[in-house]
Ligand binder design. Structure first.
Ligand code: NAD
Length: 240
């Protein structure tokens, strides 16, 4: 079985992907949580810190396994969730943007160097969001405690652009870099929000985390070997 890495393995999407992919791939699960409920093959590290990045680099250097792909699902907490554009502290959001973006940037840098050094045909999949390119339908958050904070849009947009840049500078090095941008995933959200969101989709609902497995399998496979530098949206039609 081929070896892959899943970062953010303990979250909503990580749990579904590990269930769906473990029959076909040997998975190294990575998360900043201390323990894993999803995998015995687990590395705890916070990839928004230099010490966390060092743990990953050392692990890869010492491992006898050759990892050919990384799926990054890390989702650092959004702290200023309830604040809006008019009131948010600009320096607080810079910190959040830098923490979230940093996890994706440091992972890409570490893995690209690893693939080149080990002469591996590498595959990087970054999870972004429809909100990396789509301005929210703000009305779906009315009368709920939810909103779509601007720092999330900024970060995901940066990750999409940086992934294209990294794909382009590694075009001749057998390394592919793509983004997967899902729409909202069902997770016990406010009923009002679910109803309003669902009006815009094909199946009158949000996505289930397991709906993402097929697209990830495709990007991991040779069937997608000519796809690099792309942002693949999977949203059941929400952004149309
Ligand atoms: N859930 C959704 O509705 C949705 C929709 C679109 C896009 N996405 C994107 O998909 C990805 C996964 O989302 P999710 O819903 O599974 O998130 P989640 O919050 O359920 O899980 C994220 C995981 O990342 C880990 N993590 C956070 N910071 C980390 C760090 N610095 N180092 C290592 N691990 C870290 C957390 O511990 C957590 O286990 C994210 O990139 C998110 O932006 C999610």
């Amino acid at each position: 079985m081929k070896n892959i890495i899943i970062i953010g393995s303990e979250g909503l999407i990580g749990t579904a992907l590990i269930k769906g992919l473990c029959k076909y791939y040997n998975i190294l699960a990575i998360d900043k949580r201390k323990n894993s409920k999803n995998s015995k093959n687990f590395l705890s590290c916070d990839l928004s810190t230099m010490s966390g990045i060092k743990i990953l680099k050392n692990y890869l250097m010492l491992s006898k396994k050759r990892y050919f792909a990384v799926i990054n699902l890390a989702y650092p907490a959004v702290r200023g969730k309830k604040k809006n554009f008019f009131t948010i502290d600009p320096f607080e959001i810079s910190e959040e943007i830098s923490e979230h973006f940093g996890v994706y940037f440091s992972t890409m840098q570490t893995l690209v160097n690893y693939f080149i050094n080990k002469k591996i045909k590498g595959n990087i999949i970054n999870f972004t969001s429809i909100y990396g390119e789509f301005i929210p339908r703000f009305e779906i958050y009315d009368k709920t405690s939810m909103n779509m904070p601007i720092q999330y849009l900024i970060t995901k947009n940066n990750i999409i652009n940086t992934s294209k840049y990294v794909a382009k500078i590694n075009l001749k090095k057998n390394i592919r870099v793509n983004c997967i941008s899902p729409g909202g995933i069902i997770d016990n959200q406010n009923k009002n929000f679910v109803k309003k969101y669902s009006r815009f989709t094909q199946t009158n609902s949000l996505l289930k985390a397991k709906n993402l497995i097929g697209l990830v399998e495709f990007i991991l496979s040779n069937k997608s070997s000519n796809i690099t530098g792309q942002n693949l949206i999977i949203d059941d039609g929400f952004t149309l």
